[in-house]
Design a protein around this ligand. Structure first.
Ligand SMILES: [Zn+2]
Length: 118
């Protein structure tokens, strides 16, 4: 696993990954809820949709809209187990460790924070 900043910078080099952004509605949602709550949502999504060794619908488990964390997951290549492997070298076919879940949530939250700095 790499440092969060390094990963975010590397993702910026991908045309596909860097094309995602939070629109006004999504940003308002983050502001209204607050980052702590958004972080709890991120933990829920990652634990339920990514952490199992064989997640349900793997490759399609992350919607393209509907929640800022979903957008962040696509922007950060934390959307499915093959993207996690390709970009973050997290091995598929086994349950995510607590460290890996923390790492993924940190990447997602760092991306969301960056969206507010631009
Ligand atoms: Zn994916």
């Amino acid at each position: 696993m790499n440092s969060v900043d390094e990963v975010l910078n590397r993702l910026q080099t991908s045309k596909f990954r860097s094309g995602f952004y939070l629109n006004k509605k999504m940003k308002k949602y983050v502001k209204d809820k607050g980052l702590d709550i958004i972080k709890n949502h991120a933990y829920d999504f990652v634990n339920n949709r990514l952490a199992p060794a064989n997640p349900i619908n793997d490759g399609k488990q992350t919607p393209m809209k509907g929640h800022p964390v979903f957008i962040a997951q696509h922007a950060c290549a934390c959307c499915c187990r093959s993207c996690l492997y390709k970009w973050h070298k997290i091995l598929p076919g086994q349950n995510l460790s607590n460290n890996e879940v923390d790492y993924i949530v940190n990447v997602i939250m760092a991306w969301i924070s960056r969206e507010f700095n631009d």
